[in-house]
Design a protein around this ligand. Structure first.
Ligand SMILES: Cc1cc2nc3c(=O)[nH]c(=O)nc-3n(C[C@H](O)[C@H](O)[C@H](O)COP(=O)(O)OP(=O)(O)OC[C@H]3O[C@@H](n4cnc5c(N)ncnc54)[C@H](O)[C@@H]3O)c2cc1C
Length: 384
């Protein structure tokens, strides 16, 4: 894709997002409502299926384009968290699903007929230690019977399908604890009320996140993705794409904060002059800008490596972390620049401030990124 084509995508996304201004997001935030209209518009414009190959009804663009789409969404003041997961969850199905599964699901996901927004990995007792998950799937003839619980399963109430990680062989019966887990595509429409229950969690941000309970839920064996017992590896595979895309969202957030702060600093008059005339106000904006630009280079680099099929683990982790730190720095700066008005809902600063903080916790927390680099890049001993 040429830089010109990429810019055209960015412009088109920004134009679409202009139909969903601050008032829209504020009202949703107040009522903790899902951005149904916004997600529908993005789906209809084909943006959410940009990573699905053309053969399966998508536009087959690469990760760089996907990153640009999500960055522009955030830079416009919107929040792509209502739908970003569809982009990277789908990768597990694409890479590890069989042809029948891909033909059955991908074209419908691309057209918007089916929503694949829910990703069930995290559990309350396992936390970051995914190999300790307790949700089990036991084979019984042509089905698996699933029992257990997930937490922080975002968008479960707004998704038709869930990509679920469950243990198919007890942890004590496998040579390595990361073996014996499997990935399933759960049709939530059929499952709700028949072994699947969803309970929303009210959080600091409007994120449609939930707890999900499985009680003797039957999943057809044909919904197993890839080989039984290899699920952890499949999930890990998708994580680099996820980290790069979240990094791109953080860059978008940082751009929004920097732009918002720069404009406010020009307009706001105190002591008979714009506050932006004071270096004490200018410098934090300039610092946030530098941090954003530096992180954006890492996001770009990680996306390029990923697209070329080269190892991108270190860059994907660094991209997510540097971008999450840059967006938080910009958020804090923007709030400070706005003084008291930063706390007023109508400026959207406090909302974006809350929203961007998430990315130092999810999808992977800061310490875990740092320990990845310490161990896998710097060769230090494994700490856990
Ligand atoms: C709004 C929201 C949406 C989410 N959406 C989803 C979703 O859709 N699907 C999904 O599966 N999950 C989702 N998550 C879960 C998210 O991925 C986890 O919260 C995150 O990975 C951290 O796990 P934890 O909360 O269990 O923290 P814990 O694992 O309990 O960790 C708590 C703290 O301890 C630190 N820590 C833990 N172990 C170590 C160690 N060995 N060394 C150093 N520090 C350590 C962590 O860095 C962290 O700061 C979401 C979370 C939130 C808040």
């Amino acid at each position: 894709m040429t830089p010109k084509e990429l810019q055209e995508i960015r412009d088109a996304v920004a134009k679409l997002c202009a139909n969903y201004p601050g008032e829209y997001w504020r009202a949703l935030d107040r009522d903790r409502r899902y951005p149904t209209e916004f997600v529908r518009a993005l789906t209809e414009a084909g943006y959410l299926s940009c990573l699905i190959p053309e053969a399966y009804g998508g536009s087959g663009l690469g990760l760089t384009a996907a990153a640009a789409i999500l960055e522009e969404i955030q830079a416009s003041g919107a929040n792509g968290a209502g739908c970003h997961a569809q982009m990277y969850i789908m990768g597990t199905l694409l890479r590890h699903g069989n042809e029948a599964q891909k033909r059955k699901y991908l074209p419908k996901i691309a057209s918007g007929e089916l929503r694949l927004q829910a990703f069930g990995v995290t559990e309350p007792t396992a936390g970051t230690d995914t190999s300790s998950i307790r949700t089990t799937a036991v084979r019984k003839g042509d089905r698996y019977v699933v029992n257990g619980q997930k937490v922080w399963t975002s968008r479960a109430e707004h998704s038709d399908l869930m990509l679920l990680l469950a243990r198919t062989t007890p942890r004590d019966d496998v040579a390595k604890k990361t073996e014996g887990m499997s990935v399933f595509l759960v049709d939530m429409r059929a499952a709700l009320g028949h072994g699947l229950a969803i309970r929303p969690i009210r959080t600091m941000i409007n994120h449609a996140t939930t707890e999900v309970f499985f009680d003797q839920l039957e999943v057809p064996a044909e919904n197993l993705v890839g080989e039984e017992g290899k699920g952890f590896r499949y999930i890990l595979d998708g994580m680099n794409a996820e980290r790069i895309l979240i990094g791109a969202e953080c860059i978008g957030d940082a751009r929004w904060f920097i732009d918002k702060a720069s404009r406010y600093a020009q307009d706001r008059q105190v002591f008979g002059r714009p506050i932006g005339k004071n270096q004490g106000v200018q410098f934090p904006i300039a610092r946030a800008y530098m941090a954003m630009r530096a992180a954006a280079l890492m996001v770009e680099r990680a996306a390029a490596l990923y697209e070329q099929g080269k190892p991108a683990g270190a860059e994907a982790n660094m991209a997510k972390q540097l971008a999450a730190e840059a967006s938080w720095q910009a958020a804090d700066m923007c709030l400070q620049t706005h003084g008291g008005f930063g706390f007023a809902e109508e400026y959207d600063v406090e909302r974006k401030f809350r929203e961007t903080r998430l990315y130092q916790i999810a999808p992977i927390s800061t310490n875990l990124v740092l320990s990845y680099l310490a161990e896998h890049v710097l060769g230090l001993p494994r700490s856990y």
